[in-house]
Design a protein around this ligand. Structure first.
Ligand SMILES: NC(=O)C1=CN([C@@H]2O[C@H](COP(=O)(O)OP(=O)(O)OC[C@H]3O[C@@H](n4cnc5c(N)ncnc54)[C@H](OP(=O)(O)O)[C@@H]3O)[C@@H](O)[C@H]2O)C=CC1
Ligand SMILES: O=C(O)[C@@H]1CCC=N1
Length: 274
């Protein structure tokens, strides 16, 4: 029988995982999503046929897995509100919140629960997610498998050994779809300046990213080798790559990703256990 999964919070991230789970065949009747507002729940009900609930505790009562998918800023209130039900029910809890440490989450939920911290990303919606997972000592082998199954249903799932590595995962994949969307915007704008219709430039840029990702995934060649295969000596690509390197693309990426991870650490401090 499929695990009964309850999502607390039904926003962007929960919607993306739910959409991916449904596409992958998880029965809609075994998925519940909660939100204080039925306006947010109605489209999910209509689109996916899942169960919805405005009362968080009621939605947790028969759950095998509870996915905490609210904004970090309200997580403490949500966890404290669920404390009694979670302690009674003892489901596997998966938090997808950036930053918030297992120590804080456990303190708010009353402690000792099997807790997985997960950093997923929104491409989960199309089955192409990339998630990092960290298990607290309370998580047994079977529950670890349950978390793997849930996240692998919507893409790649990689376990990390140390909790702080999740901040790096946030920089490398959690936040990273936005870097590529920014790149699409920039390529479209540049394509228009070079004389293409915006739609044509956008379609070509997106298809090229998809092609490059598919070529690189599982390739026997490194990204550097694949890059060099495009660069004819004295040709056009060489000129573009020289420009990107000289303009400091690597430094810019390193700085942006360090800022991302630093913000995750900062949020843990700001919102952490009190
Ligand atoms: N978006 C992303 O790409 C990623 C997000 N995450 C993490 O996922 C979590 C959610 O982010 P995201 O989906 O973007 O945020 P959203 O704001 O889209 O979703 C959160 C949802 O929770 C609802 N909510 C507010 N209060 C409660 C409550 N008391 N009980 C239940 N639901 C409530 C909100 O409703 P309302 O709007 O009415 O307040 C909203 O619909 C965050 O912790 C974030 O760090 C992790 C990886 C990637
Ligand atoms: O921007 C954020 O804080 C969340 C976490 C990772 C992606 N979105």
């Amino acid at each position: 029988m499929a695990s009964r999964v309850t999502f607390i919070g039904a926003g962007n991230m929960a919607g993306a995982i739910i959409g991916g789970m449904i596409d992958n065949g998880h029965p809609a009747a075994a998925i519940t999503a909660t939100s204080p507002s039925d306006e947010i729940l109605a489209p999910l009900r209509e689109r996916f046929g899942i169960r919805t609930e405005t009362d968080n505790a009621a939605a947790v009562r028969d759950a095998d897995i509870v996915v905490l998918a609210v904004k970090p800023q309200i997580m403490r209130d949500v966890c404290e509100g669920l404390r009694e039900t979670l302690q009674r029910q003892r489901p596997l809890v998966i938090s997808v919140a950036a930053g918030l440490t297992a120590e804080s989450l456990q303190a708010w939920m009353g402690g000792g629960l099997p807790l997985v911290r997960c950093m997923p990303n929104t491409p989960s919606l199309v089955g192409a997610g990339a998630a990092g997972l960290f298990a607290t000592p309370e998580v047994g082998a079977e529950q670890r498998d349950q978390a793997t199954t849930l996240l692998e249903a919507v893409g790649l799932a990689e376990w990390v050994e140390k909790e702080e590595q999740l901040d790096a995962v946030t920089a490398v994949s959690g936040s990273a779809p936005a870097y590529f969307f920014l790149m699409f915007e920039a390529m479209e704008e540049a394509g228009v300046k070079l004389g293409l219709p915006a739609e044509t430039a956008r379609r070509l840029a997106i298809q090229t990213a998809l092609g490059a990702a598919r070529m690189a995934q599982g390739s026997e060649f490194t990204p550097d080798r694949l890059k060099r295969n495009v660069m004819s000596p004295g040709g056009t690509t060489e000129r573009a790559i020289e420009h990107l390197e000289q303009a400091g693309l690597r430094r810019i990426m390193a700085e942006a990703m360090e800022a991302c991870a630093a913000r995750a650490r900062e949020m843990a401090e700001e919102l952490g256990k009190r």
